[in-house]
Design a protein around this ligand. Sequence first.
Ligand code: ACO
Length: 334
Amino acid sequence: MPTPYGNAYIRSVGRFVPAGRLTNQDLEKMVDTSDEWIRARTGIRERRILEPGLGNSYMAIRAARECLERADVNPIDLDAIIVGTVTPDTPFASTAGLVQQALGARRAWGFDLSSACSGFIFSLTVGAQMIESGRSQKVLVIGSDVMSSVVDYADRNTCVLFGDGAGAVLLERVPEAGYGILDFVHRVDGSGAEFLNIKAGGSRMPASIETVKNKLHFVFQDGRQVYKRAVTEMANVSLQVLANNHLNGKDLALFVPHQANLRIIEACAARLAIGMDRVVVNIDRYANTNGATIPLCLYDICVEQPRVNKGDYLLMSAFGAGFSWGSILLRWWQ
Ligand code: ACO
């Protein structure tokens, strides 16, 4: 659908990953698991873990600074800051506010957006629509999560899967028609809430001695249920957004999927008929960083090993708790 004031595009990226590494070999000493199991089932070799005592904003601020420095943009020019996260520093005030203050982005408003692994793509869509509306010129979108703060390192079912990290992108209006963020298909289905959640710490079951004793503040996941839905739904919305734009897998230069499990990524790529050489994968290095996986992938293809060119079609896709999922189609400009 044509946008009255033009599309948004990703002008710059930044990231922060903590220095601390937790390898599969380290986990072998903590729970009944093996490097072989973890690599075969998930593709993960190691994950980064934030130093205890530091919150989400520590990473988000650093990713944001790098992003703005790369574009040589003064924080005072930011209109809005959106942080996709489920592990904010505190339930409120928002992490976005802490980022605003640290950057000195005095004109900006902002908020946190909670949608687990879909948090970044949902935030990106909201930010893009702020630009498309003509109301905003510069929107900073961050995906940042400290999953180590909500993972039980005695539970082998979940502790091997997650890591910490942050990625940021700067959105501006694209100077040329036909480029930038073109389209999206997003969904949420609350019937999936029972399969992937944190049971306590919200208004229904506030924190108590009992909830702590019963480990109800940690991630609970029925891995098989999540796996099945993730493969089906990520592929369905990806095919839908491509079809809506008269494209197919062959037209894509790169597929940028949420990094939850290498097997999920491979299954989606197969349904889209995209060879793995056109799929961005870094789950081996960072594991599932929840809201940060897609911006960390963008950093890899824009900065670490640049392999994206003007005119390339890219498709991002994510699936997470909610259930929530979606895909975004963009055509690279610059
Ligand atoms: N090491 C060794 N064995 C393990 C481990 C481990 N770390 N974890 C589980 N096992 C065991 C299980 O106990 C089970 O044993 P059993 O058969 O004796 O009961 C066996 O391995 C097989 O378990 P499965 O659940 O069948 O393993 P599966 O192949 O499904 O892989 C996994 C599990 C990796 C969790 C997978 O289901 C998965 O990736 N699910 C989706 C994750 C995801 O996409 N999450 C979404 C985003 S998260 C978010 O939004 C917060």
